[in-house]
Ligand binder design. Structure first.
Ligand code: FES
Length: 292
């Protein structure tokens, strides 16, 4: 594995005290390495080799084990990234709807190929196999924000909107019910037979450790009430699946607070809600105006 610093690397600017304080924040918690690497990446926009060496030393892990985690998760990068990460889905469902042309258009606009960063360090372009929202393809995700039904002629709009940051509206944390669908098969996830907070619950299948069973979430935005078939330990990262198509609900974004994967679901009427997959983490993101 080539772990030498990449062109443009700022590994010599890694601050050991900064990395130490990140390690201290999460050390000893369940899934601490993922959370530590997530915060290191937030700090440097990638995982510099020097920082990984410090993480290994401070956590008592072997460097190879830290690298194994860093290379396993798609959201981590060993190369410096631009300010905005632009992920263009090339999975089968998106491909049949014209994703190849969309990808080519991004290359033309940004004047870089997949895996490259623009000279001004604004955008890194990457191609991925599935972003977990096949029903709405072609999908492009920029900095965790989903754009659905992207066509070649709309690529310029996506980039302009990212620059202007106008797509993601700040939603006040007051109560309103959401009606959500599977981002893969588009089947409703609402279960009117079981109410939570006096509204139909959101029913998913969950897997963690050796357990597998149903989980029901409150559909009230801002409520974190949940019912589980099996008790989920605090801080456990859970894999969620659609109970209808059985696809894993896994998107492109990681939680900004704990780096666990975010779980995308389509909101009826337009938009997408993403919730953190870590038990106890309340991080979520509601994007409105999904269709550009
Ligand atoms: S194939 Fe593109 S989101 Fe699944």
């Amino acid at each position: 594995m080539d772990i030498s610093p990449q062109p443009g690397s700022t590994s010599n600017q890694v601050s050991a005290p900064d990395v130490h304080s990140i390690v201290d924040k999460f050390k000893g918690q369940r899934g601490d390495i993922i959370a530590i690497l997530g915060e290191v990446q937030n700090r440097y926009s990638y995982l510099p080799e020097d920082a990984l060496r410090i993480v290994a030393e401070q956590t008592g892990r072997r460097l190879i084990d830290v690298y194994s985690v860093a290379t396993f998760y798609h959201s981590f990068s060993l190369k410096p990234r631009g300010k905005h990460l632009c992920s263009v889905c090339q999975g089968t469902a998106c491909h049949v709807r014209g994703a190849a042309g969309v990808a080519e258009e991004f290359e033309n606009h940004l004047k870089v190929k997949a895996g490259e960063t623009t000279p001004d360090n604004e955008f890194t372009l990457e191609y991925v196999n599935c972003l977990g929202a096949c029903a709405l393809g072609p999908i492009v995700v920029v900095d965790g924000q989903y754009f659905s039904g992207v066509t070649k002629t709309r690529v310029g709009d996506v980039l302009r909107k990212v620059h202007a940051s106008v797509d993601s509206a700040a939603i006040p944390e007051n109560s309103f019910p959401l009606d959500v669908h599977c981002a893969r098969c588009n089947h409703t996830l609402m279960d009117s037979a079981v109410l939570i907070d006096n509204h139909p619950s959101i029913k998913l299948t969950a897997a963690f450790e050796s357990h597998h069973g149903w989980v029901r979430l409150s559909s009230i935005y801002g409520s974190y009430n949940v019912q589980c078939e099996h008790e989920i330990p605090p801080s456990a990262v859970v894999n969620f699946f659609c109970p209808h198509c059985h696809s894993e609900l896994l998107g492109a974004a990681s939680c900004v607070d704990c780096s666990a994967p975010m779980i995308p679901m389509i909101v009826r009427g337009g938009g997408m809600i993403q919730v953190c997959s870590r038990r106890g983490c309340k991080s979520h993101r509601l994007d409105v105006g999904l269709d550009i």
